[in-house]
Write a protein that binds this ligand. Sequence first.
Ligand code: CO
Length: 331
Amino acid sequence: MSVIDVHSHFVPRGWPDLGTIAGGTGWPRLEVESERDAVIMIGSSEFRRISDECWNADRRLADMAEDGVDVQVVSPTPVFFSYDRPVGQAVKVAKVFNDLALEICAPAPGRLIPFCQVPLQDPDAACAELDRCLAAGHAGVEIGNHVGDRDLDDAGIVTFLQHCADRGVPVFVHPWDMPESPRLGRWMARWLAGMPAETHLSIVALILGGVFDRVPDTLRICFAHGGGSFPFWLGRLDNAWRRRPDVIAGSVLPPSAYMGRFSVDTVVFDERALRLLVDTVGVERVLLGSDYPYPLGERPVGELVRKAGFLDEPARAKLLGGNAREFLARP
Ligand code: CO
C-alpha cells in the first residue's frame, strides 16, 4: 500500500515578469537569495520566505523517503490564484504556474503528482484551463475556497465543479484570501483562526447552498486542514437546520446527511481532532495531508496517523493511502 500525501505545495524557482506577460501591476515576484533560499515578494513587502523544497524535486523525494511517503500531490501556493484579476490576466498567470508545475514534477512521474490552478472567477476559462492541464499531465485541480464574495455555491463555481464531476477530476479546496483586520493581523491569526473559519464557511455553503443536491456524487472534493472548524460544529449546523428552517433550509436533507460527499485531510496535529474527523466525515473520507514544505505543515509527514491509537490497521491504511488512491483515480 502506497502512502500518499494529498496536501503539499510548490513554488517555482522563478517565473517571467507577470506584468509583462499578463499586464497589470502588483504581482508576486521571487527574490532568490541563494541556491536554497528565496523570498516571495508582493510589491515591496515580504510575503513568505521559502527554501528549495518548494521547487527541487530531489529535495522533495529525499524528504518523502525520510518520512515514508511514496506519492505527493503537488499543488499551487494560493497566493498565485489571481481570482481578483481580470480573467485574461488570470488565464495567462495560471498557464505560467501550471506549466512550471509540470517541470518541477517531471523528474518523478507517478510520485510527484501535479494539481493545476484555474481562473475560477470565470467558469468557461476555468474549465478550459483545467482541460488543457489534464491533457498536459496534471492529475487534478486545487481551488481557493472562495472568489471574492462568491462562495462554493456560486452558480459559476458550481458549473466548474460540475465539469470536474463529469470528467472525474479530483478537486482539492484550500482556504485563502482571509480577511484582514487589526484583530486578525496579530500573531498568525489569519492562518490560525481565519483559515479554519474560511474552510468551515465553504463546506457550509456547499451543503446549505444545495450543491450536493444538484451535483452528482461523482464529484470528488477534499478540503484542507481537516475541513477547518467544520467537523466540530456539524451538530450546531444540524440543530439550526431543524430549528430555523425559515432562514437555514437550503439543503433537501439535514447537513449531517451529506457526510460521505466530501473528504478532508489529516493536517490537524492532535489525535482527538483526527478521531473527530473519522467519526464525523467517515473513515473513507480522511486523507493523509501535510502542507509540506511550509512551517505550519506536519513533519514527519503522517506522524499523527501512524501513531493514532484509535485506528485499527485497515483504517490506518485507508488514511495513509487507500482513500487517496480512490480520490485520485481517474475514470
Ligand atoms: Co496548504
